[in-house]
Design a protein around this ligand. Sequence first.
Ligand SMILES: Cc1ncc(C[n+]2csc(CCOP(=O)(O)OP(=O)(O)O)c2C)c(N)n1
Ligand SMILES: [Mg+2]
Length: 363
Amino acid sequence: MIAKTLDRATKMILAAKCPLIMVGGAASRLDQHSIAQIRDIARRLGIPYFASQLGKGVMAEDSDLYMGTAALSKGDHVHVAVDKADLIIAVGYDKCEKPPFIMLEGGPKVIHIAYQPASFTQAYRPHLEVIGDIGSSVTALADRLERKLPNAGALLPLREGILALNCDGADEEMGLVTLDGLVHAVRKVMGEKDIVALDNGLYKIPFGRGYRTNHPKTLLLDNTLATMGAGLPSAIVAALRYPRRRVMAVCGDGGIQMAGQELMTAIELKLNLVVVIVVNDGWGMIEAKQRGKGFPNYGTRFENPDFVKWAEAYGAKGTLVETMADLVPALKTAFEGGGVHVVAVRVDDSKYKRLLAGESDPE
Ligand SMILES: Cc1ncc(C[n+]2csc(CCOP(=O)(O)OP(=O)(O)O)c2C)c(N)n1
Ligand SMILES: [Mg+2]
């Protein structure tokens, strides 16, 4: 049975003129051996790949085959390649995830390689399902297909253009802190295996796109139920589990006020933890969505406490950053000082509000 399914998958891949691999969240939960097997299929076949947000880091993102991450379900930079593909090999797509692409009539064919069958939805109706051990399935396919795919790299010419857009302007921007600038600064102070834990807000889009990582579970985020308040608790667990790595929580000013009292837990546990608060005085993502639906903004603005004094009241350290020039030094100082350190960063997130307002909401 599995051999017949693999034969059908082999035929579909042989017939593809523009194949693309997509790696999803179920792959990031596999052991190192299985992850190495998944990395191998791309290398052996030369097929470029992209990640869902939860699949980030399973495949090396500094590789010449990395095409980007789908932080949106459609209209993201990487969808330029998705739209041109005629076959997507979806490895470890987790049906709980917000879809990394929407299947349309006449769009690319999809092979679903996973432990569990896909639950068919409007967005995802794969043409073939290869259900079983993911690592063994992809290795069997690589064995059958190695050196037989002259079109494997057909989409690679799109790569540079896509990746150049992902951190748009982050280097030159030295005034206000943009969200791209924030991602860039965080990447600068975090090492290869250090861990960033995101809460849920607008900034999740630029982190998904622009925070390049080569290791699974080094950018923790949730795009399933996407509950606000999760960022700080998940960072606390990461700091407990990996005391020698740098750990940073990135939370919105709305999200931090849903679980901010856990700062006390971090202090009681004597953790080393940097908590970045993205300050925009409101629920930025909701403002953008309201605008996108043609509504005036309603109920989305609020007043914040003085986050420096708030941190100090818990016994943590606190710093306010208002310009790009101060950001990297503040983050470095926060880590070097040890203990729990809150860095509140005032941002200009207008670019991402415009982006999300212009997108028809897939949720
Ligand atoms: C518990 C919970 N309530 C509501 C939402 C819906 N929601 C998603 S993002 C968001 C606003 C987030 O605001 P903030 O944390 O300040 O981040 P920003 O978007 O402003 O950067 C809301 C209300 C949610 N995801 N989880
Ligand atoms: Mg906010």
